[in-house]
Ligand binder design. Sequence first.
Ligand SMILES: CC(C)(COP(=O)(O)OP(=O)(O)OC[C@H]1O[C@@H](n2cnc3c(N)ncnc32)[C@H](O)[C@@H]1OP(=O)(O)O)[C@@H](O)C(=O)NCCC(=O)NCCS
Length: 216
Amino acid sequence: MTALEDLFPPLGLTVSRGPLEMRGITDELLVGLCDLAAGGIHDPATMPFYFPWTDAPAEELRRNTAAYHWRARADFSVAAWDLNLAVLWDGRLVGTQGLSTSDFLVVRTGETGSWLGREFHGRGIGTAMRRAVCELAFDHLDFTEITSGAFLDNPASRAVSAKVGYRSNGVRRLPRRGELALNERLVLAPEDLVRDPDPLRVEGLGPLRRAVGLDA
Ligand SMILES: CC(C)(COP(=O)(O)OP(=O)(O)OC[C@H]1O[C@@H](n2cnc3c(N)ncnc32)[C@H](O)[C@@H]1OP(=O)(O)O)[C@@H](O)C(=O)NCCC(=O)NCCS
């Protein structure tokens, strides 16, 4: 009988190390993520995201968060795929880690993006999950580069990027809530990745590699 992960291989992926576990986002995990997002991701006075999706009222934010992940599933293709993983810490759902690509088989690069429920900030989880997704990308998904971006007034995200080994790749001027905001582009080369000495455990990789066109 067909399993759900046969239809959408990211659902069969598990990446873990110590208290960290990252998994494909099932609908059950998605409901938890919607509640986590509605509970607050950042100080409302600031806006860390390009698209200010967290400005929506709680009910709308829940629905939008679900729709975003359902859309990513529906749009998943070799030409453009996003790997969105639920992040659990000591078994508790705390946030998401994403990796977004376009024309991956040609360009071999992708952009990381992530968030944690506010109560889980500042405990090293953001660093652990970013490091893990970068190791997954370089060691198991044949990436040759990873990018990210952070507004200059987002010190936590910038600190995580620096600790993981990303380098600055210029500053862009972007509109944010109708005003100018400076956004630093970041780039990570495999040789710059600051790895965790403990090995990463990866399960369910084969079907994902095939789904993104890496293996026949
Ligand atoms: C960005 C985010 C995922 C980081 O996760 P985290 O678990 O809080 O990060 P960590 O605890 O691993 O590391 C945070 C680092 O930022 C540093 N930091 C946090 N606030 C800081 C500040 N105001 N000034 C300077 N450094 C700061 C911490 O000192 C820490 O570095 P250290 O370990 O060297 O001391 C999380 O803060 C978050 O979800 N933020 C809201 C959403 C977001 O900004 N997403 C990224 C969009 S680009």
